[in-house]
Design a protein around this ligand. Structure first.
Ligand code: GLV
Ligand code: GLV
Length: 313
């Protein structure tokens, strides 16, 4: 019987319906990484989230490990090259979360542009004293504005379709030109022309701090940056300086360099940013679909069948 370590309960409890595996769940309150380290030696498979760090040390300790199934589209928490070198299969959950994540990313963009969160606070905190007023809480116009997309993968493409629905002009920069209804441009032109810059790049060592001060300086002073993929693609210190000094106008962020965010992070005090707690894929339906895929990846990997979504290099 295969031993499988499961770090988090997943919506739908699909794993409970699987016969022939010994499911070992992390006890409540135990640190997931420490628990994995302690138990990896006898594990044939692991079902993890993006919180767990699967590094060389853990992989070396996992002498029987055949499959790593991560409940996420991102896999920057896994030493993929090393695991693959060891013949371990790696499953992940792309596609099923693309549209849901794009909805959230588009939503926080709208919230930042039209000051929705700020407005909500003013209403609740009884600070709405002026009534309707011609110059009260003016925001940035979305329709007709230029959306710039960095990275035309699945999520970039889903943002493009939403931007089109809002009658935005869409330009993009990507490693390759894609057959999409948007204008492919050199990076500098996308930075210079975007009113709303959506960062949809995969995170890896090449895209670490991709957005930094020199790039912010190329953007419009009126521009907003939106990030819902991985925090480390943006140099957050530079972003904070750019926002504080008026180099760009605002930001909408669902992801951060440190998660959960430190309570002394200057972003928390800024009115021109909208912040959400990494909830891009957080709908009941999508989280269930991700669970189905992650469990299938795990089981298929153990039984030598092709994974639904497998990371290959
Ligand atoms: C979420 O960020 C994911 O990688 O699924
Ligand atoms: C994420 O960027 C994806 O391509 O699904």
């Amino acid at each position: 019987m295969y031993n499988v370590l499961v770090t988090h309960d997943l919506p739908g409890n699909y794993i409970d319906s699987i016969n022939g595996i010994n499911i070992i769940r992390r006890p409540e309150g135990e640190d997931a990484n420490a628990w994995l380290l302690k138990n990896i030696e006898n594990a044939d498979g692991i079902l993890i989230t993006l919180n767990e760090k699967i590094d060389k040390n853990l992989i070396d300790l996992g002498k029987k490990l055949k499959v790593i199934s991560t409940y996420s589209v991102g896999y920057d928490h896994i030493d993929v090259d090393y695991a693959l070198k060891k013949g371990i299969k790696i499953g992940y959950t792309p596609e099923v979360l693309t549209e849901t994540t794009a909805d959230l990313i588009f939503g926080i963009m709208l919230a930042a542009a039209r000051r929705i969160v700020e407005g909500d606070k003013i209403v609740r905190e009884d600070k709405w004293k002026s009534g309707w007023n011609p110059e009260f809480m003016l925001g940035a116009e979305v329709h007709g504005a230029t959306a710039g997309i960095l990275g035309m993968g699945r999520i970039g493409n889903a943002i493009l379709r939403r931007a089109r629905g809002f009658n935005m002009d869409v330009i993009y920069y990507s490693r390759h030109k894609h057959d999409v209804d948007a204008k492919f441009m050199p990076l500098d032109d996308v930075l210079r022309n975007s009113d709303f810059l959506f960062v949809c790049l995969d995170y890896n060592k090449d895209t670490y701090h991709f957005m930094d001060m020199p790039k912010f300086k190329k953007m419009k002073k009126t521009a907003f940056i939106i990030n819902g993929t991985r925090g480390k693609v943006i140099n957050e210190k530079d972003l904070i300086s750019a926002l504080n000094s008026g180099i760009i106008a605002g930001a909408a962020l669902d992801v951060f360099e440190t998660e959960p965010i430190d309570n002394n992070n200057p972003l928390l005090k800024m009115n021109n940013v909208v912040l959400t707690p990494h909830i891009g894929s957080a709908t009941d339906n999508t989280r269930k679909k991700m669970a189905e895929v992650a469990v299938s990846n795990l089981i298929n990997g153990l039984s030598g069948k092709p994974l639904i979504y497998e990371i290959k290099k």
